[in-house]
Every structure is written in C-alpha cells, then in structure tokens.
Design a protein around this ligand. Structure first.
Ligand code: FDA
Length: 308
C-alpha cells in the first residue's frame, strides 16, 4: 500500500514542490544523491574508484517538457564526461541516461530527438574512452527505448541496455539481447506497473529475475547484475560459475548509498562492482522511488523534513 502511495507521490508536482525546497544537504537525500553539481559527482566517483569500485553516473532529470530542457541535460552529460576524462576517471566510470530526460516524451519529435541526443552523449563518451547505458523507465517507453538502443548500437555497439524483471516480456527480451558484445543490466524494476504487463508479487518478480539471469549468464553478452538482494547476488555468482564465467565477464551493480559494505565486500573478493551514482537538483522522483523500495526510511525522511 505504502509503496504504491510513494510511487504515486513520485509523480506529484505539488508534493515535489514542497519536498524540493529542502536543501540537498538533508541527511536522507545525501545518502542517495551525493550532490547537485558535476564537481561533487566527480569527487564522489574518485572516492569510489579509490576503493576499487566502478561507477555509472546519472544526471538526474526526468519528464523533460521542452527541447531547451533536453538540451540542458545533454550539456550536463557532455560537461560530466569531459570532467571524468580530465580527472583520469573514464576507465572507472561510465554514464547512465534516461531518454525521457533528453526529449523522448516530446510530442512528434520525441523519438528522433532523444535518439539524436543519445548519439551526442555516446560520441562524447567514446571520445574520452567510456560508455553509456540507457536506463529503462515505465513500460509505455520500453519499445521506444529498445528501438533507440538498436539505433545507437549501430555506431556505438557497447551501449548498455536495461531490462526490468517485473515485466512479463523481459525473459524474451533477454534472449534477444544476450548476444556477443551486448551489455545488459538486469534490475527488478522501479515503477508502478499494471498487472497486464508486470508481475505484482515480490516472489514472482524474484522468480522472473532468476529466469532472466539464467538466459543472460548462459548467453554470450555481458550481464550487469543490478540488485541489492542477497539471495539474487548468491544465485548470480553460482550461475556465473556454472556458465564458466570469471569476474569481469559480468559485473554486479548497486545504487549509491545502499549496502555499501556489501559493495566493498564483493569488490574485495575479486568481483567487478559498479555503483550507480545519481546527482543533480532533480532528485525528487529518484528519492521517492528509493523510499518506495524501503518505506522504513520514510520516518527518518519526514523527521528531516520537519526539522528544516
Ligand atoms: P529489493 O528491493 O528486494 O531489495 C533487496 C534488499 O536491498 C533489501 O532487503 C534491502 O536490504 C536493500 N535495499 C533495497 N532498496 C533499498 C533502499 N532504497 N534503501 C535501503 N536498502 C535497500 N530500475 C528501473 O526501473 N530502471 C532502471 O534503469 C534501473 N536502474 C538501476 C540500476 C542499478 C545499478 C540498480 C541497482 C537498480 C536500478 N533500478 C532501475 C532499480 C531497481 O529496479 C530496483 O527498484 C532496486 O534495485 C531495488 O531492487 P533490489 O533488486 O535491490 O531488491
């Protein structure tokens, strides 16, 4: 119930207005989002890289409503990529991009504009020696995002895909994408989806995740196992071994601020671990999805809100 409510609130502009008046330094926000600016994101990346972790950075921004806003997001990514290159971090860090933030939802021009903007970000990433992964958003955008992925991979074959285990279609999408050179991040899925397209019960989502993992680990692509779930991490390791994979032919991914000790433990044990690091002032939707995953954090969040 609470999860559904938080996911609904993640789309509420009214609540967003109230919540985003809090300074970003408030404890819970900085736990998940290390800062609003490029310099803070690069500094946080450096700390993680020094700890032997890899990073994928997300400049927060969703529901872009006009071309100027999309252009500003592209400019932020270009600035970030240059900064990562200058700091010597391109080997340790790539970027994750939401197509909705670079124009996908704009009427008529959306598909073409977001693909073209994606191409500009991929080119900038390639120039500094790193890669791009396209985040996956709600199910109404899955086909369009996969179409853009196919287009971008013609010139930038290392562009990463994201698939969400809660969608009924995903096992079949995994089969299509488990080919040589194909980087695929598998996550459970973070949006409120109807039962016509998505599993609703946790155990059903987990079972689907395992079926999808089996396909990806047995295939010849590069699986990126994005979960904090200890059971799924264990299953992924076992499947990797069973399929003759060694660390580096797949990787684990977790979100910044979640199970940081486990991230370090896996890296120290020789696994490749990448941390998803979001930054920017549009942190509201991201934060609400994280609270929906763990409503226990809500009381802490409300306390920090009223103590401002
Ligand atoms: P689950 O939610 O069952 O959590 C397992 C355990 O992890 C919990 O018991 C708890 O210990 C810990 N945990 C999880 N969430 C926590 C939180 N917020 N605070 C504290 N502890 C927490 N989704 C999407 O739809 N599109 C996308 O592109 C991406 N991209 C993405 C990248 C990466 C690197 C990750 C790790 C995740 C995503 N996601 C995503 C989000 C994903 O779909 C999912 O919502 C979250 O990862 C939570 O699911 P878990 O697999 O971690 O399991």
């Amino acid at each position: 119930m609470l999860r559904q409510l938080l996911l609904l609130l993640s789309r509420s502009h009214r609540v967003k207005d109230v919540v985003t008046r809090m300074p970003v330094s408030s404890g819970l926000v900085t736990r998940y989002v290390p800062g609003e600016h490029t310099e803070q994101a690069v500094a946080a990346t450096q700390v993680l890289a020094d700890d032997g972790l890899f990073v994928t950075l997300d400049f927060l921004g969703e529901d872009t409503l006009d071309e100027a806003q999309a252009e500003a997001t592209v400019a932020a990514y270009l600035d970030l990529l240059q900064a990562l290159g200058s700091a010597g971090l391109a080997r340790h860090a790539e970027v994750s991009v939401k197509l909705s933030a670079i124009g996908q939802a704009l009427p008529e021009v959306g598909a073409k504009l977001s693909t073209e903007n994606g191409r500009r970000i991929c080119r900038a990433a390639q120039m500094v020696g790193t890669t791009v992964t396209l985040d996956m958003e709600d199910h109404t955008t899955t086909d369009a995002t996969l179409a853009t992925l196919r287009e971008l991979r013609k010139d930038f074959p290392d562009t990463g895909a994201v698939l969400q285990a809660y969608l009924h279609r995903t096992e079949s999408d995994c089969r299509v994408l488990a080919h040589e050179g194909s980087r695929v991040r598998l996550c459970k899925g973070a949006y409120k989806e109807p039962e016509e397209v998505a599993f609703q019960e946790r155990h059903e989502v987990d079972k689907s995740y395992v079926r999808c993992l089996k396909v990806l680990m047995a295939g010849s692509g590069y699986p990126m196992v994005a979960t904090h779930d200890p059971r799924l991490v264990k299953i992924a390791s076992a499947l990797a071994t069973r399929n003759g994979r060694t660390p580096g032919s797949y990787e684990f991914q977790m979100l910044y601020g979640i199970r940081a000790e486990e991230q370090k433990r896996l890296a120290d044990a020789g696994e490749k671990v990448r941390v998803y690091l979001p930054y920017g002032d549009e942190w509201y939707g991201y934060l609400m999805r994280r609270l929906a995953e763990r409503p226990q954090n809500l009381s802490f969040f409300l306390r920090s809100l009223v103590s401002q």
